[in-house]
Design a protein around this ligand. Structure first.
Ligand SMILES: Cc1cc2nc3c(=O)[nH]c(=O)nc-3n(C[C@H](O)[C@H](O)[C@H](O)COP(=O)(O)OP(=O)(O)OC[C@H]3O[C@@H](n4cnc5c(N)ncnc54)[C@H](O)[C@@H]3O)c2cc1C
Length: 481
């Protein structure tokens, strides 16, 4: 392997931590620079007064990449599964209705009328083709299923999961599989069924899948059998913060906090094939053989402005959606609703600030002390004014009033935490896939620079870990040749 001296990773969110962890496993010396005083980025848990409050993900999916990390960190005993079948509700005209997840559920739901049900259930028998130009999610759903499906079945999920606007989200950018299924099979349901069968056949043929179970997992990459038998949804006994805290603990000798990187530039030496990277901080300058920028896109853009203007402009153009998080603890007796499930989602037609409310302690009873409950709402849009402008306690009161009307809550919370994210998540809007392609092309011209983060291949924790591992593996393969 060529001497790459040190790799600097900028940002200690899950992307930067996972990348640095993988680099260390590959034997590459690494230094992580983090602007704030702690690791984890938006993944953070506050533990106080017998409650766990989550600042970011509440009950995320745990795909294989995250399970790989969990086993490698020895965190499997700390994991607690969420019930994937827990009821989700959707608000319509002020009333909660169970969200349908099966053909049977669609038949009986009162969220949409007969015409919408027919359009959904008959899709498998119809044939259609996507347009040549990228269409928005709203155009796709309207074309295939009609406006009511968009408003009451699609919009609430899109708001909750992506903080997105279906009228702006791009099908190729956010849901390329659906486009592919419609293109190849003339129907998304037929396409999905065929993809499912192919995956099942592949798994059946793969020797690692045979007879494997959650217990087959080993903690070494390579012989690790992370299988579909593992729970796909959950958290940790000490909350989601446990994942990033354990990573930071493992990387503690390689982490510097309170270090805001201001710019990075490549300097070509006379007899060196690869540039040396200069990393400017407020009061010093560091050098490195390679750099991984693992910050959000809007924070990466200014770092690269000086020497990689085109890349910087592409990153700066990625749109982000704002989101506020309000987490409250109540005495159980204050709430009329049984809180029997995951929580509820709110279509934008209902004109509330709240997008969704998770019933954290229904999923994870140990996250609230006995006789109490914790619920967390994501809020931002609509209603009477911009929530960014209001102080935290007013924001909390707005959200509590909306929850009170839906769930029958009397009195204020025992405890409350609020977080405001003016740029919470990147938006996979129309044109985003093309932008990412251009980012990757521009990046391929710059040896020694790598990107990881939630704007490249999906916003989820699993996507971030995948992208981080890929950046580390690519860096290793480039420099070991
Ligand atoms: C409210 C909320 C709920 C979510 N829910 C889910 C969910 O249920 N399931 C799911 O899978 N995903 C969810 N996500 C998405 C997922 O959590 C994020 O996409 C992911 O955690 C982003 O990680 P990251 O490391 O890429 O970025 P971040 O977490 O933003 O970390 C980036 C780090 O870089 C640092 N940094 C920035 N600029 C600099 C600089 N110049 N110098 C040094 N350091 C710098 C920051 O301080 C930060 O620590 C949610 C996100 C939010 C906001």
């Amino acid at each position: 392997m060529r001497d790459i001296r040190k790799v600097v990773v900028i940002g200690a969110g899950i992307s930067g931590l996972a990348c640095a962890f993988r680099l260390r496993q590959l034997g590459i010396p690494v230094l992580i620079l983090e602007a704030s005083a702690k690791a984890g980025g938006v993944i953070s848990t506050v533990r106080r007064n017998g409650f766990l409050f989550e600042a970011g993900p509440q009950c995320p999916r745990f795909p294989k990449s995250v399970w790989t990390l969990i086993f490698e960190l020895g965190l499997q005993e700390e994991f607690i599964a969420g019930d994937p079948r827990a009821k989700r509700y959707i608000l319509r005209d002020g009333q909660l209705h169970r969200a349908p997840f099966s053909a049977g559920g669609l038949f009986t739901t009162s969220l949409v009328g007969l015409k919408s049900k027919y359009s959904l259930l008959s899709e498998v028998f119809r044939r259609s083709h996507p347009p040549t130009q990228e269409e928005s999610l709203a155009e796709f759903v309207d074309r295939k299923f009609g406006a009511e499906v968009l408003d009451y079945l699609v919009d609430p999920f899109i708001s909750t999961i992506f903080f997105g606007d279906p009228h702006r989200m791009g099908m190729l950018s956010a849901f390329p599989a659906l486009v592919e299924w419609e293109q190849s099979r003339g129907s998304v349901v037929r396409g999905a069924l065929s993809a499912y069968r192919s995956k099942r056949n592949r798994n059946a043929k793969s020797p690692s899948a045979e007879g494997s179970s959650a217990r087959d997992s080993h903690s070494k990459r390579g012989d690790l059998h992370v299988t579909d038998a593992l729970p796909s949804l959950g958290s940790f006994k000490q909350g989601m913060g446990a994942l990033v805290e354990r990573l930071a603990e493992k990387l503690r000798d390689h982490l510097r906090f309170g270090v805001n990187v201001e710019s990075i530039t490549a300097q070509n030496g006379d007899n060196q094939p690869d540039p040396v990277w200069r990393i400017r901080l407020s009061s010093e300058e560091l050098s490195a053989g390679a750099v991984v920028v693992a910050t959000p896109a809007y924070a990466a853009a200014p770092l690269l402005g000086e020497s990689m203007a085109q890349l910087s402009v592409l990153l700066a153009g990625i749109e982000h959606a704002p989101m506020d998080v309000v987490s409250c603890a109540f005495d159980r007796r204050q709430i009329r609703h049984p809180l029997d499930g995951f929580g509820f989602m709110v279509p934008r037609r209902e004109r509330l600030h709240t997008f969704c409310t998770f019933w954290n302690s229904s999923l994870f009873p140990a996250h609230a002390r006995s006789g109490t409950v914790v619920m967390t709402s994501f809020a931002a849009r609509g209603g009477d004014g911009n929530l960014d402008e209001v102080p935290d306690d007013v924001l909390g009161q707005h959200v509590e009033a909306e929850n009170a009307a839906v769930l029958g809550i009397t009195g204020g919370p025992i405890d409350r935490m609020t977080w405001k994210y003016p740029r919470a998540l990147p938006q996979y809007n129309v044109g985003h896939a093309q932008r990412v392609k251009e980012i990757r092309e521009a990046l391929s011209q710059v040896p020694g620079l790598f990107l990881a983060g939630n704007y490249l291949a999906g916003r989820s924790i699993g996507d971030c870990v995948d992208t981080a591992f890929q950046a580390a593996d690519l860096l290793h393969s480039r420099f070991s040749s």
